[in-house]
Design a protein around this ligand. Structure first.
Ligand code: G3P
Ligand code: MG
Length: 247
């Protein structure tokens, strides 16, 4: 019934469970923990820079305030993105997409890089084009998977970079994402694990990578069914548990 692929462990916002999310220390830890993939989020600053951060506003994860779209790169770079998490990370900065990609290249990372376009609340005009342009001038040794809750962003990225992979993110509407895969508008589905479990929504022939798979119970559920991947805040623990279950 299930295919026997090894489930990829994808680090959510870097290694969100053990480091300040979406910072270079978080991505470095994910690599050191043996993650097969890295998931992160991208927004656009006022002056058109691709900024790696989860929220539309900087308030929760930095010592600043305001919308990313209303701040310049210089203003964002002046913020501390580590102290809110722990004093140990004081002075950690919000990275740009280019800095994250460079870290992965420097570490000879060859897994998957899942870039989530955060266009579901604010539609940053032209962000897809900027991301496409960036990867056209920056060849990378890893596989690119673009995802978004915003269907239009997935389709636009697909048109711009037909050789990458695409996934539709969803919390509740699994059938729309499934339709997109059937219509070759996306390669994969990135569902909320709660939806997967509640609706027993498992399509073994499709690339499903649920989020955020943090409990051992949820990890075991996905590993036993050989999901294509899981997106987790705890890549180190997930890699160890996968070893026990899948060998
Ligand atoms: O890409 C999976 C997951 O990151 C989606 O939700 O809010 O953590 O970006 P969020
Ligand atoms: Mg995300």
């Amino acid at each position: 019934m299930f295919n026997r692929q090894k489930t990829m462990v994808i680090a959510h916002r870097g290694s969100k469970g053990t480091r300040p999310e979406n910072t270079l220390p978080a991505f470095q830890t994910a690599i050191d923990d043996g993650a097969d993939g890295i998931e992160t989020d991208v927004h656009l600053s006022m002056d058109g820079h691709l900024i790696v951060i989860h929220d539309e506003k900087v308030d929760r994860t930095t010592d600043g305030s305001g919308y990313v779209k209303d701040l310049t790169l210089a203003q964002i770079k002046a913020l501390d993105a580590g102290s809110w998490y722990s004093k140990r990370y004081r002075g950690t900065r919000v990275p740009t997409l280019a800095e994250v990609v460079q870290l992965l290249i420097d570490n000879h990372f060859t897994g998957i890089f899942n870039l989530e376009l955060k266009t579901n609340k604010i539609h940053y005009d032209g962000i897809e084009q900027l991301v496409g342009d960036f990867f056209k001038r920056t060849p990378v040794p890893f596989r690119l998977v673009f995802s978004s809750f915003n269907k239009k962003s997935v389709l636009t990225m697909h048109a711009l970079m037909p050789n990458a992979q695409y996934a539709k993110l969803f919390s509740t509407n699994g059938r729309q994402a499934e339709r997109m895969v059937r219509q070759h508008e996306a390669d994969g589905l990135h569902p909320d694990i709660r939806w997967v479990r509640e609706h027993r929504f498992f399509l073994p022939h499709m690339q499903m990578r649920p989020w955020t798979v943090n409990s051992n119970r949820d990890m075991t559920y996905c590993f036993k069914r050989h999901f294509a991947g899981i997106i987790t805040d705890y890549p180190g623990r997930a890699v160890a548990l996968r070893q026990q279950i899948q060998g």
